[in-house]
Design a protein around this ligand. Structure first.
Ligand SMILES: Cc1cc2nc3c(=O)[nH]c(=O)nc-3n(C[C@H](O)[C@H](O)[C@H](O)COP(=O)(O)OP(=O)(O)OC[C@H]3O[C@@H](n4cnc5c(N)ncnc54)[C@H](O)[C@@H]3O)c2cc1C
Length: 331
């Protein structure tokens, strides 16, 4: 706590131009519209600002929490008085590289990325156009829909590794992508800054039509009119979470302001005034009911805060290569 206060003081002194929102209600930054105040939310205006901010935090032995669009997070009602979040919302550069691949910074929305690919006549990102996340959050979660996943389209990722305060580039094959998982979940210290996407040529009209079709399917099936964080649970092997929840008779079931969506049983929605406690209790109830009926254990897909914020590697900063092929820091 004390370390964080010292870090905040130093951020104000050394990075006076940086937006620093103190005691900021996280409900304003969460697609669930839930969450008490965090000690601070910093919004660096570029990649350099972000790395300088992270370096200050590291010097004080604290780690930030990277925030994309907040579309997969349940923030606690009591807030996060011991945490500084770093928003990527101003990291918005996106352009075509000479070899025809797309460079995008972490804060670019997946919708904008998909639209940009379409404008360039590139195919493969259609699946992402309706996912309300960012490049950073999407890569960390290996977000996916309608048969596509981030792992199918990304070529390489540049991240800042906090414990060593260095930049690394990691190739797709080393990102350990799996179902809604990636190497970036293995350490709170890996801040994704940008990524390169390599896509095959497509027919602009066909790409655009596919995006419209998928977004229509999404609007038909999902409760997009109510705040949520998408699918509450991961897909258990051999089952669909939504089907199990539906068959357990839980569609429409609610606790406080949190409800199992009447439209799509895989979503927990905020019907108005839901607290994190309501959502949490409802998810526990769903889990227990589904277990009792089907002996299938549901695991949350939503990130429920607070987690363990400790950096995985707190060893003294060693001298290493700036960029490695595997992306993981090595001797
Ligand atoms: C209506 C709705 C529909 C959805 N549909 C889908 C879907 O079809 N498929 C799907 O996969 N998901 C879906 N989601 C969930 C969510 O949109 C995705 O998980 C998305 O990838 C999260 O991105 P974000 O930018 O909002 O990340 P956030 O929610 O802000 O963060 C998610 C995680 O990523 C980390 N993170 C964010 N940025 C960075 C960064 N730059 N570097 C390192 N870590 C970072 C955060 O610390 C956090 O741990 C849906 C959500 C909603 C609300």
């Amino acid at each position: 706590m004390e370390n964080l206060e010292l870090a905040i003081r130093e951020i104000k002194e050394k990075l006076p131009g940086m937006t620093l929102l103190e005691n900021e209600p996280m409900s304003a930054h969460s697609s669930f519209r839930i969450g008490g105040p965090a000690r601070a939310l910093a919004v660096p205006s570029d990649v350099t600002g972000l790395t300088r901010l992270c370096a200050i935090l590291r010097e004080h032995g604290t780690a930030p929490f990277l925030l994309g669009n907040g579309s997969n997070i349940l923030f606690p009602d009591e807030g996060l008085p011991e945490l500084l979040l770093v928003s990527t919302e101003k990291l918005q550069k996106i352009f075509l590289l000479p070899d025809g691949s797309i460079y995008a910074e972490a804060g670019v929305s997946l919708a904008r990325l998909a639209a940009f690919a379409c404008e360039q006549g590139l195919t493969g990102l259609e699946f992402a156009s309706g996912i309300p996340g960012t490049v950073g959050g999407g890569l960390r979660m290996n977000a996916g829909a309608y048969g596509g996943e981030m792992k199918d389209v990304v070529d390489s990722v540049v991240y800042y590794y906090l414990p060593w305060q260095e930049l690394f580039e990691i190739k797709n094959e080393n990102c350990r992508f799996g179902y809604r998982s990636s190497i970036f979940q293995q350490s709170a210290g890996m801040a994704i800054l940008s990524a390169v996407f390599r896509l095959p040529k497509g027919e602009k009209e066909a790409v655009s039509a596919k995006m419209r079709e998928l977004n229509e399917r999404r609007r038909d099936k999902q409760p997009l009119d109510l705040p949520s964080a998408g699918s509450a649970f991961r897909r258990p092997e051999g089952y669909f979470a939504a089907a199990l929840i539906d068959q357990a008779g839980l569609k429409g079931f609610s606790i406080g302001g949190a409800q199992v969506s009447e439209k799509h049983a895989g979503f927990v929605v905020n019907r108005g005034g839901a607290t994190a406690k309501d959502v949490h209790e409802l998810m526990m109830h769903i889990r227990q009911t589904v277990w009792e009926k089907f002996q299938v254990a549901l695991e949350p897909e939503i990130i429920i805060l607070p987690p363990d914020y400790k950096l995985v590697d707190d060893s003294p900063v060693p001298k290493r290569n700036r960029v490695t092929e595997t992306g993981m820091p090595t001797e």
